[in-house]
Design a protein around this ligand. Structure first.
Ligand code: ADP
Ligand code: MG
Length: 577
């Protein structure tokens, strides 16, 4: 039985398998390696995942969700139609889709996976990822940090000499920066820094905010579908600007048309706050590494590395243009696939060794004296410790007759505990005694998946441990079975139907996005195709599929084309019918 590697991205997810001596990406039903991390619920309760769901962000925003990875491990709930989902459940549906595609592609059942997570994911987010996998019926053999996976594949595929490199993974929702030391067959991650709320989405957001400001609109008051359409256009415009000098975004609200001309200079200006955050993260990574030897190579991965102005910005920062990895948006998945191969003990990967580090400091709140009101961090595992890391420390009572010791567990770099992220707490009983007589030994173990285990044993023999800590993410067996059943009951769209459904959803989106003649055409194509889809005649469907697709492609091209350049504003041309 195969182990697959999964890059569960904010924007796109990919699956990969190691076989016949190489990491092989697994195509989905539409023949693409990338599956949009989007989920949409149809009226009958069927769930669509991937490109089809992404189309529905515009046409059915109230029953569609995307970018939910940024909510993993939080209390956030998302409403899709009549149902409410936790972010883990939505991720579970994406995983289930990848699993089905992998099973079909490989012709054998898949039950185990290596899954990548942003290096800067905290404990709750990692546990949420494991929970999502469990809900999808997958056993996680290992969580691996995304930039480490990228480093692994980069090293494996380029076979360059011993060197130090920096991997910058700039995706849709997260930024991760790792410094990697490559020596013979050993790939050692020496420092990690990141921001798991920073990515290409923020750039889209800045464009939309500017658009609204310039046009006197209030984003929150736009109709959901119009807003979704605006985001889609912002993203398209952002990507287009790597090839053209300027592009235009237009929306139509009632009888008024609003627009914005976007140039690279303007985009750069809008990106400045985002780039300054990127700069801070890179600086932190550079400061953190122990060695000060030169970095030979800066490698960009992630979808947003395609942004020309991002390359410009880094060039200013480093004095040299960093190079974009060969397959910037597939490299993480390929690396995870390699890691799956290593787990399967593939012969030819036997001597590839990778070590990783803990991205943040972990510790407990401690009081320096009786009456101390602002506890500080006693760090048990300092950031950049090599994984797995384990450390013990003894803590003593501060008061006479104190009968228990309570440990609040924190992650972060602030001196005061309250500046850091609280992960949970643990309490042990101690026998009564004078201040400082009784104690407890606290053990922190940060495992290879980046998940923290904490235990405390008191001088009186009381022992507690916690496989961290957030009860929502550590379901009881009952809770687990229930949650799994809930997800299992959800029907994913039948296999083989996605291609046709995608055509329909595209038509519906284009209907939302157009007006006048083009909208009329979209309506006609949707009506026609809907009727064809309902027929059982396979040949008829096949024949009409191409016909409808060609027309939708044309409509799409005309809709996305720069309205300034082709003069749509002056004279709306007839669409070929
Ligand atoms: P994630 O790992 O978060 O799922 P990806 O690495 O797939 O994300 O990157 C997705 C992001 O990359 C999106 O914000 C998308 O707009 C952006 N993106 C994709 N292609 C390009 C491009 N050619 N130029 C600029 N940005 C791009
Ligand atoms: Mg990614």
């Amino acid at each position: 039985m195969a182990i697959i590697g999964i890059d569960l991205g904010t924007t796109n997810s990919l699956a990969c398998v190691y076989r016949n001596g190489r990491a092989e990406l697994i195509p989905n039903e539409l023949g693409d390696f990338k599956t949009s991390s989007a989920v949409s619920v149809l009226e009958d309760g069927t769930v669509l995942v991937g490109a089809v769901a992404k189309e529905r962000l515009v046409s059915h925003p109230e029953s569609t969700a995307a970018s939910f990875k940024i909510w993993m491990g939080t209390e956030k709930r998302l409403n899709l139609g009549m149902r409410q989902f936790k972010p883990e459940e939505l991720s579970a549906l994406v995983l289930r889709q990848l699993l089905e595609d992998s099973t079909r592609y490989l012709g054998e059942p898949v039950e185990e996976a290596v899954i990548s997570v942003p290096a800067y994911f905290n404990d709750d987010q990692r546990c949420a990822t494991k929970l999502a996998a469990q809900l999808a019926g997958l056993t996680v053999r290992r969580l691996i940090n995304e930039p480490s996976a990228a480093a692994l594949y980069h090293r494996y595929s380029t076979q360059s000499g011993d060197s130090q490199m920096m991997i910058v993974d700039f995706g849709g929702g997260t930024l991760d920066v790792s410094i990697v030391d490559c020596f013979e067959n050993i790939i050692e991650i020496t420092a990690i820094a990141g921001d798991n709320r920073l990515g290409g989405n923020d750039i889209d957001h800045a464009i939309v905010a500017h658009f609204c400001k310039e046009n006197g609109l209030v984003e929150e008051r736009l109709a959901p579908s119009l807003r979704a359409s605006l985001y889609r256009q912002a993203e398209t415009a952002k990507i287009a600007l790597s090839d053209v000098q300027e592009t235009v975004i237009t929306i139509q609200q009632e009888d008024t048309q609003y627009s914005l001309v976007l140039t690279n200079a303007l985009l750069r200006q809008l990106c400045e706050p985002v780039f300054q955050k990127v700069r801070a993260v890179i600086t932190r990574a550079m400061k953190d590494r122990e060695r000060t030897s030169r970095i030979h190579d800066v490698v960009l991965v992630g979808g947003s590395s395609g942004l020309t102005i991002f390359g410009d910005f880094l060039e200013e920062l480093f004095g040299r243009r960093p190079h974009v990895a060969q397959k910037p948006d597939e490299i993480v998945a390929l690396g995870v696939g390699l890691c799956a191969g290593i787990k399967e003990r593939a012969e030819d990967l036997q001597d590839l060794v990778m070590t990783d580090v803990c991205p943040f400091s972990l510790g407990v709140a401690t009081y320096s004296y009786a009456g101390d009101k602002t506890p500080h961090m006693a760090v048990l595992i300092p950031r950049s410790s090599m994984l797995p890391a384990s450390h013990q420390e003894c803590f003593y009572t501060l008061h006479n007759h104190q009968n228990r010791l309570r440990f609040e567990i924190y992650q972060g770099e602030g001196y005061f505990a309250s500046e850091n992220l609280k992960l949970g707490e643990l309490e042990v009983q101690v026998p009564p005694g004078l201040a400082g007589e009784q104690s407890a030994l606290v053990t922190f173990t940060y495992d290879i998946d980046g998940i923290l285990h904490v235990s405390a044993k008191s001088s009186g023999g009381d022992y507690r441990d916690t496989l961290l800590l957030n009860p929502n993410l550590h379901l009881s067996e009952e809770g687990q079975a229930e949650a799994m059943e809930r997800i299992r009951q959800i029907q994913l769209a039948a296999q083989g139907s996605q291609k046709e459904q995608l055509l329909l959803e595209r038509g519906l989106r284009l209907y939302e996005q157009t007006i006048g003649q083009r909208r009329k055409l979209a309506a006609e194509l949707v009506g026609y195709w809907k009727q064809i889809m309902e027929q059982n005649d396979l040949i008829e469907r096949e024949r009409n599929y191409e016909w409808v697709k060609e027309r939708l492609d044309l409509l799409e091209a005309q809709t996305e084309m720069d309205p300034l350049a082709c003069g749509f504003w002056r004279d709306e041309p007839e669409v070929d019918e």
